[in-house]
Write a new protein. Structure first.
Length: 138
């Protein structure tokens, strides 16, 4: 429960609980609208609705991963685990070059929205109020 934790958000924490992907999509589009005209010409609008949801471990420290007796990956530190659209997982993995091979193994390489996600995340990091003046995105 609680707010989503992810390196996309200011201070690695979503400004509020997103009840569904539509609300998250609306928030991303709102922040995209704050980008400069030049940035919007260069970076395409990110649409997270319709993307596959993936389980994510937002704290990529090696101690949060293990392998069970059947050689399956085990995720630990449940406060950092959540379901997010695929682009968020690609963004997280490609934000650190050592995780690029992991992203490729999931088939996440070549996502054209990564530059847009980086621009939006940068914008979120710069705004004083990551809630953008709202308590929800409704």
């Amino acid at each position: 429960g609680g707010s989503t934790r992810h390196n996309f958000f200011k201070e690695f924490k979503a400004p509020f609980v997103f009840p569904d992907v539509v609300t998250l999509d609306r928030h991303v589009k709102t922040v995209y609208g704050l980008l400069s005209v030049t940035a919007r010409r260069k970076d395409s609008l990110v649409r997270v609705c319709g993307e596959s949801l993936m389980v994510t471990q937002s704290d990529m420290d090696g101690s949060n991963f293990g392998v069970d007796e059947h050689r399956r990956t085990v995720l630990m530190d449940f406060s950092e685990i959540g379901l997010l659209p695929e682009i968020f997982i690609a963004y997280m993995l490609f934000s650190d070059s050592k995780h690029g091979p992991i992203a490729a193994s999931f088939g996440l390489s070549g996502n054209s929205n990564l530059a847009s996600m980086a621009a939006i995340a940068h914008c979120l990091g710069m705004v004083a109020d990551p809630k953008l003046g709202t308590s929800t995105c409704a």
